[in-house]
Ligand binder design. Structure first.
Ligand code: ADP
Ligand code: MG
Length: 583
């Protein structure tokens, strides 16, 4: 038997307090959570006038016993927890006992409910907090609630509601979170009399995502499955970088199935995808973090969309690791859907502002390199002398073609491959530097002429703080007053760069990588790799191109540069035949 009781005073004081009903979306959220807590298998939602006119939520959950219906509308009355200890470990969405009284005090609310085993159901009607009807109703399993004229008696609140269209959008956003969180529940959603969703229950999250996002998105999803690490297990799906959108609104996080909007979690997404996404683009994601209850506090905010982790750093790092692992995949240009993949569609659209802006990144130095071979890298130089690009071990005699002095085309395993020479070389040097860190450190090349380099205060602070790691990367510097250093050696791969420029560029890049949340060794290895790698616009010889591909194929994660941009893409014969409509 279910018992609704008023929480004891002491406990009420410890529960995060505040108004939860701000708009129609918050009403929908509270009602949906109640239906889910009542273990409903089917939920129907109908909204009209952006929810300002009416919100109806009908479920087939356990319902409320006749003698407790009135109690459910009292403040701090709940059947879900009894004590502080219950609150700490509760698996239910609700626990504050405030939603029904709050909503019913600012609307015309009617509830019809039936509790299994009783003769009849119960109907209760409350207007602006005043009970106007209580009587029997047909014995229909579950609970149905209608909320009309929200805030009719609080004109100030009503005035602050947005247009029907905006409120409708907010309501739909909230509903979507629960559709994704609960594939085991069937949902029917209708908005202004038109069916918006009709989703069958399923044990399969992927099936639910397909009905919410469509199959063009779901074919680009990668599964995120990690074993339980400490108190945390991560599961869910994220889209490959090729499938992306202009805002973050399809990134969902659930902590113990509770939808949350946590900055730190979004940060892990940004850090992992890095530059594999064009500027201003975001992936699709539905990520479930299941955390043992002592390690997460849900009692932070009355709306319960925030949580507090006992160790946020651990959650961030574990999530980032799981994402990094999932994203270490080849870039996929394969045509599997009836429509074209987004990456191709983008190519056909007029350039986005983001791309135009990128042009500015090519500074005059880079154009100079285009027109004449760079001093430190003569075209026909023996391969072994270009650090990081080693002699290839007898590749088949495939042709190699360099186009735009930036991309290398060849054939590998019967497929056309296109390699970005800079990102590929970055990947090779990145892994090599990391391997060197794991051993004794990277070899340093002694400079013929030591150089005094003047530093900004930020650079000086960074060098001081990370002196050890910089030395292990091959930077041989000694301090020379507070804002000057003497550089006597550089990492071998950089030995031909000007020391002052090299160290300043690496420091700037290193600082940026740290800011993005990378771990210090990886952040430094990525910065060194970026500075030392062959640039776009540099002419390469055939042995160098072969060497680059060979080096890349020996990498542990060959498909992306340390920042996540693709290094190599492939097109199969089949893909080409589809492009040219031979098939
Ligand atoms: P809380 O969810 O925090 O307990 P609410 O004010 O939302 O507080 O609901 C009060 C109580 O009413 C719940 O504890 C639950 O017992 C009951 N209740 C509310 N909605 C439903 C529902 N859809 N089905 C069954 N019981 C419900
Ligand atoms: Mg509730």
């Amino acid at each position: 038997m279910k018992f609704i009781k008023i929480l004891p005073e002491g406990l009420i004081d410890r529960i995060a307090a505040g108004e939860v009903i701000e708009n129609p979306a918050s009403v929908v959220k509270e009602l949906l959570e109640n239906s889910i807590d009542a273990r409903a298998g089917n939920i129907e939602i109908a909204i009209s006038g952006g929810g300002k006119e009416e919100i109806v939520v009908v479920d087939d959950g356990e319902g409320i016993p006749k003698d407790q219906v009135e109690l459910a509308f009292c403040r701090h009355a709940t059947s879900k927890i009894r004590s502080w200890e219950d609150l700490l470990s509760t698996g239910t969405m609700g626990f504050r006992g405030e939603a029904l009284p709050s909503i019913s005090s600012v609307s015309f609310m009617e509830m019809t409910t039936y509790y299994d085993g009783e003769k009849t159901g119960t109907r209760i009607r409350i207007e602006g907090g005043r009970q106007v009807f209580l009587g029997p109703a047909p014995p229909k399993k579950g609970c149905g609630i209608s909320v009309k004229n929200l805030f009719y008696n609080v004109p100030a609140r009503r005035k602050f509601l947005k247009s029907d269209l905006s409120e409708k959008r907010r309501v739909s956003e909230v509903i979507r979170r629960y559709l994704i969180a609960h594939p085991e529940v069937s949902f029917k959603v209708s908005i202004d009399g038109r069916e918006a969703n009709n989703l069958a229950a399923s044990d399969d999250l992927m099936a639910r995502l397909e009905s919410v996002w469509g199959d063009a998105v779901t074919i680009c999803l990668i599964s995120l499955e990690s074993p339980k690490i400490g108190p945390l297990q991560i599961r869910g799906f994220v889209s490959k970088p090729e499938s992306n959108r202009a805002n973050r609104s399809e990134i969902y996080f659930f902590v113990n199935k509770r939808p949350v909007l946590e900055r730190a979690l979004f940060g892990a997404i940004t850090a992992s995808y890095g530059r594999s996404l064009p500027p201003g683009r975001y992936p699709y994601a539905a990520i479930f973090l299941d955390i043992d209850t002592p390690f997460v506090d849900i009692n932070v905010h009355p709306a319960k969309t925030e949580v507090r982790f006992a160790d946020e750093g651990f959650i961030f790092a574990t999530l980032k690791k799981a994402l990094d692992k999932a994203l270490a995949l080849p870039v996929d240009l394969t045509f599997r859907s009836p429509g074209m993949p987004e990456s191709f569609q983008r190519l056909q659209q007029p350039p986005q502002p983001g791309f135009a802006a990128r042009k500015d990144l090519f500074d005059s130095r880079e154009f100079a390199i285009r027109s004449q071979p760079p001093a430190h890298f003569t075209p026909d130089e023996p391969v072994a002398r270009q650090p990081g690009i080693e002699s290839p071990p007898g590749y088949a005699e495939e042709p190699f073609l360099q186009i735009f002095d930036t991309y290398i085309l060849t054939r590998l395993n019967g497929e056309l491959v296109i390699i970005d020479q800079h990102t590929a070389h970055e990947r090779i040097l990145f892994e090599r530097t990391l391997d060197n860190f794991a051993r004794s450190g990277s070899p340093s090349q002694k400079l013929l002429f030591e150089e005094r380099v003047r530093l900004t205060p930020e650079e000086a602070a960074l060098i001081q703080e990370h002196a050890d790691l910089l030395a292990r990367a091959g930077f041989d510097c000694s301090s020379f007053g507070s804002d000057e250093i003497l550089v006597s050696g550089l990492p071998q791969e950089m030995s031909r760069s000007a020391p002052g420029g090299a160290i300043k560029d690496v420091l700037a890049n290193y600082a940026a990588n740290l800011k993005e949340g990378q771990e210090s060794k990886k952040a430094l290895a990525a910065a060194v790799a970026c500075k030392a790698a062959v640039r776009a616009g540099e002419r390469l010889s055939r042995p160098q191109m072969k060497g680059l591909l060979d080096g890349l194929l020996r990498c542990r994660e060959p498909y992306r540069c340390p920042h996540g941009r693709p290094t190599i893409v492939t097109l199969s014969r089949n893909d080409l035949e589809k492009i040219f409509k031979r098939k």
